[in-house]
Design a protein around this ligand. Structure first.
Ligand code: BES
Ligand code: ZN
Ligand code: ZN
Length: 497
């Protein structure tokens, strides 16, 4: 897709689709016939000799934020269709406007577009529009014997005074590439995405973009004492790995070394605490934390913030065979803490425990993890919002702000101290589940905290948002790539150069 911005005026523009992002107020004025002659809506109306107002007042009688409609003008010379989106001056609204452009282009079969904003002024307007257009254009075609070759939106001109610089375009495209990588990896079926696939992808990113990559295989994990990862992987014939990707800036402006950690269970059957059939569907997405971390590292390696960042990915399959972990087995994790495994389906916290311990050993100064950890977080927050847990208010606040800018919804949940006793085992240091069914997202988070070594730590439980069962706005059906943009924005804001 060719995207440019120029101070083009509607009366001069010649394109297939005109997309207008109008505020509630300006749409309302237009309906009442009170819009000024310079208003794009009014200009379209003059060109169409009043037909546009007549149709608009039928299609959307009152302005409704976030709603849109399209009108076709097959015999018009200057354009063949118009999209009206009622937006607000927020980046997220502009991204949704972009998504409605992509949808309108598809349904009206119009492939060049001029996007105009009426009364909506934003510093990063063009950036957000570009971001939304690119995010909305994602397709996962790999397993279709007849891939979707239908034409796609080819060209968008953003009518704007400030020019989109080549540097900005390239930066945004680099970020979207990271999201695409995370979506692609997430969408791979589990018979095409093994722990080895995750390790190979990490090595490839490292090779291509100059990151230092370490992978610990089974033997090396044994030596390291990463027995939690090994315990989860025991029932699978696929080898498990702990992967580390290290980004070292040329000039570091701080002494911080930020660890980002992603859960990489390429398939979660539950193990001997077997999931019911209906709950197993979708468990190929149990590596979406890992995918987001890999996507973010690919971006970081190219945008080069001036702060040290190390990614850790524990990856394995949670399967069953004669050697698989039994319910009641006790293991010694990488940092020496012992865990009684009372539910083999609470495996994410186990593999993350070893990854956390390695990050602490490597002198991380803070930890952020992303994990499809609990069904409980979906019960609490649903499928559009991830749960945030943190032992550090400043870190939590910053992540909430960044995720809000990125349009990735996060809601902070509490680490209720009273529940800490629930994960104390009578015969080991910890047990991996509580003996009640309540507050599972909190229990999972409290378990992770035991391995964070008192560092500032934030945990994003992305079980509800990592994949979507339908396309909505700029989010596709399947893997969403949730977390990549929040991580990247957060890390760039710390080491901005
Ligand atoms: N991978 C699941 C969590 C999950 C559930 C992700 C639904 C996406 C959708 C995790 O490993 C798990 O099974 N958690 C258990 C924990 C329980 C046994 C304490 C759960 O949430 O049921
Ligand atoms: Zn599980
Ligand atoms: Zn899992």
């Amino acid at each position: 897709m060719k995207i440019s911005s120029s101070p083009i005026s509607l009366t001069k523009a010649s394109t297939e689709l005109i997309a207008v992002n109008a505020s509630e107020e300006s749409y309302s004025k237009f309906l009442k016939g009170k819009a000024s002659t310079s208003s794009p809506l009014q200009q379209i109306n003059s060109i169409t000799k009043g037909a546009f107002l007549a149709i608009s007042s039928k299609k959307m009688e009152k302005p409704k934020k976030g709603s849109s409609f399209t009108v076709e003008f097959p015999t018009e010379k200057k354009f063949k269709g118009v999209l009206v989106y009622v937006g607000t001056p927020e980046d997220e609204s502009v991204r949704k406007f972009a998504a409605s452009i992509v949808q309108a282009s598809k349904s009206l079969k119009l492939y060049s577009c001029v996007a105009i904003s009426e009364d909506i002024n934003l510093v990063h307007y063009s950036d957000s529009l570009l971001e939304g257009l690119e995010l909305s254009s994602y397709k996962f075609n790999k397993w279709k014997s007849a891939p979707d070759k239908s034409p796609q939106l080819k060209e968008v001109t953003i009518a704007s005074q400030d020019k989109l610089s080549a540097k900005t375009i390239s930066k945004i495209r680099t970020i979207i590439d990271g999201v695409t990588l995370a979506r692609d990896l997430g969408n791979l079926p589990a018979n095409e995405c093994f722990p080895t696939t995750i390790a190979e992808t990490a090595r490839e990113i490292g090779r291509e973009h100059g990151l230092e990559v370490t992978t610990w295989n089974k033997k090396q994990l044994q030596k390291l004492g990463a027995n939690a990862i090994l315990a989860v992987a025991k029932g699978s014939s696929e080898e498990a790995y702990l992967i580390r990707l290290k980004y070292t800036p040329a000039n570091s402006s701080s002494k911080r070394n930020i660890a980002i950690i992603g859960k990489g269970v390429t398939y979660d059957t539950g193990g001997y605490s077997l999931k019911p059939a209906g709950s197993m569907d979708g468990m190929k997405f149990d590596m979406c934390g890992a995918a987001a971390v890999l996507g973010a590292m690919k971006v970081i390696a190219q945008l080069k913030p001036s702060v040290e960042i190390t990614a850790y990915i524990p990856t394995c399959e949670n399967m069953i065979n004669g050697e698989a972990t039994r319910v009641g087995d006790i293991i010694t994790t990488l940092n020496g803490k012992t865990v009684e495994i009372l539910n083999t389906d609470a495996e994410g916290r186990l593999i993350l425990a070893d990854a956390f311990a390695q990050a602490v050993k490597d002198n991380a100064t803070e930890i952020i993890d992303l994990a499809t950890l609990t069904g409980g977080v979906i019960v609490a927050l649903g499928t559009y919002c991830a749960g945030l847990f943190s032992n550090n208010d400043a870190l939590a606040q910053k992540l909430l702000e960044t995720s809000n800018e990125a349009g990735e919804k996060l809601w902070r949940l509490p680490l209720i101290e009273e529940h800490r006793d629930d994960i104390k085992s009578s015969i080991a240091d910890l047990k991996n589940i509580a003996s009640h069914r309540w507050s599972q997202a909190i229990i999972g988070a409290l378990f992770l905290e035991e391995f964070a070594g008192n560092l500032p730590w934030a945990h994003l439980d992305i079980a509800g948002v990592a994949d979507s069962d339908k396309a909505i706005g700029y989010t596709p059906k399947g893997a969403t790539g949730f977390g990549v943009r929040t991580l990247v924005k957060y890390l760039l804001s710390i080491g901005s150069n």
